[in-house]
Write a protein that binds this ligand. Sequence first.
Ligand code: SF4
Length: 282
Amino acid sequence: MESEVPSLQTVYLVWLTGAGCNGCTLAMLEASEPGIEDLMLGNVPDAPRVVLIHPELSLESGDTFRNQMEQAAQGKLSPFVLVLEGAIPDESLAGQGSFSRIGTTSDGIPITTSQWVDMLAPVAEAVIAIGSCATWGGIPASNGNPIGAKGLEAYIGRDFLSRGGLPVINVPGCAPTGEGFVETLIYVFLHLSKLVPIELDEQRRPRWLYTHETYPLPPRVEYPPAAGFDLADRPTVNCPVPLTGWLRGFGGCARVGGACIGCTERDFADRLLPLSRPDPAY
Ligand code: SF4
């Protein structure tokens, strides 16, 4: 008797980049056990094989690369999951030019990131915003923001639902850990296969990832802060890094003498970054 559980054999991962630094791509590449390579080789039990369509990592380039994205938008490359890295600029502020684009039409007119989002998001099985720029706007949307940058949910609307019935899934961090992202991706696949439901919190973040409370802190402050360091006036942010480290339990911002800048939070650049200035007492 055939299983009634729909099984995804192959899923295309269409990766779009907006206004950002590509740090989330690097974070994703650092993931291991499993890494994105394991997914691409089909080595993760119960997860489909992933075909990565990425502006910097794909072997295809030029028209061939753009054709893949067009096919996805036309429903000919299915099923696919859309990932956005970077904020979405307001192209109406760009005058005769454009702020963020991938490829051109046959007439040579640039296709902007926001146009790709318009074409791809409605036909994607799931849509993931990776990093603080794609989720909440991040550094590009900080004070002074001359390009009208905003995060994906603000651009597309909080009521948006993907073809698989999911809202925009937010994985904030500057960058988030690659392992957290790959883990989220696998849960999305299992959810789409109706094997395990993905649990999101009120900010549409993977619920299990953003439970630990931490504090924006200056560099070289021992972590957790020693007695005597006043945390009373410091806001808390949710981030797994102080617990899990950056990679397989190692590294991670304040754990290695760096500062916690509160990067998983909305408006962190304006609101929380000043709290990570070096403290003269340390
Ligand atoms: Fe961002 Fe702080 Fe978490 Fe590091 S510990 S990822 S700076 S919120």
